[in-house]
Design a protein around this ligand. Sequence first.
Ligand code: FES
Ligand code: FES
Length: 192
Amino acid sequence: MGSNMYIDLYHVSLYVCVCAVGLTGTKYGCGGGGCGACTVMVSRYDPVEESIHHCAVTACLQPICSLYGAAVVTVEGIGSTRTKLHPVQERIAMAHGSQCGFCTPGMVMSMYTLLRNKPKPSMEDIREALAGNLCRCTGYRPIIDGFKTFSQRYVRCHMLPFTADLRNVLSLQYCNHLHTGGWTLKLKHLSF
Ligand code: FES
Ligand code: FES
């Protein structure tokens, strides 16, 4: 005798669904919308504004039945070490913003969503976008250090001189006097 299984879609979360299809990059921390470890990006077409609006949501709280017609992007969808890291993933890694790594996918997706909505965010935008993401081990300084490189102010202050004429500003010198035996990037015309 067979048995019928009834699934109440109102109580099936997006997190359960992304795991069910093998996307395990999204993490599960608190299960109550408080830590941001499960953050993914949900995109919807707005027929009034005739544009796509991207929103960072906590997958542990989002009922799957609320996502009819929406597109969901998880951390696997933006890049990986096997294909190519997305700049958001790359910069948090370069700034040592990931220790145990549990919060990292959520941090990355919050920042990625912000950049999709606003490619040149202010520092205030970045802080606000990460307000719902908790990190229990790295601390926020290196995470912010990595992500602030996307901010309007940082790009204006630090990137333009490099792109203007890289070779006139920087040179590679062999660094023997420090007994490190390695190549070091130095500023020309300055003594160290
Ligand atoms: S698991 Fe903490 S917000 Fe979803
Ligand atoms: S790196 Fe461990 S929780 Fe953030």
